[in-house]
Design a protein around this ligand. Structure first.
Ligand code: RB5
Length: 147
């Protein structure tokens, strides 16, 4: 059985925060699959976002994407149909992204957030459920918007 319940990936700018968040996830008993990057060598965030998002859609596990600002990851992830990626800078945004927007990917900026705040945002994201009802109608509308 695949016990992974969370996916994580970063570019080089997000590598250190990714490692920190992985330690935190281990502490709180979450099993995470790390899709890289595995070094500080420069790499391209759209490709990491694409890889993680495809796996989120295949497995239904939520994902965490980290780059310098979180913006490139969020922009890239949201190009993929079925992905609702939320760039969050505080716990309130993370809770709302889950409760109202049914976010399946959390994006974090390593050059924006301290590690304790980043950990709090991750916890808020992982412990908040989608509220459904009127929010599901809006998700359905979002998914069928014409380009
Ligand atoms: C890398 O220098 C940086 O551009 C990237 O991590 C990210 O912040 C892009 O949105």
């Amino acid at each position: 059985m695949n016990a992974t319940n969370l996916l994580i990936a970063s570019d080089h700018a997000g590598f250190d925060l990714k490692e920190n968040i992985k330690s935190y996830l281990d502490q709180i008993g979450r099993t995470v699959e790390d899709l890289g990057t595995h070094t500080l060598d420069s790499c391209d965030y759209p490709l990491k976002a694409q890889e993680l998002c495809h796996k989120v859609l295949q497995t239904d596990c939520p994902g965490i994407l980290i780059c310098g600002t979180g913006q490139g990851m969020a922009m890239s992830a949201n190009r993929i149909p079925g992905i609702r990626a939320a760039l969050c800078v505080n716990e309130f945004m993370a809770r709302a992204a889950r409760a109202h927007n049914k976010a399946n990917v959390l994006c974090l900026g390593s050059r924006v957030l301290g590690t304790e705040l980043a950990r709090s945002i991750v916890l808020a994201f992982l412990t908040t459920d989608f509220e459904g009802q009127r929010h599901q109608r809006r998700i359905d509308q979002m998914e069928t918007l014409k380009p």
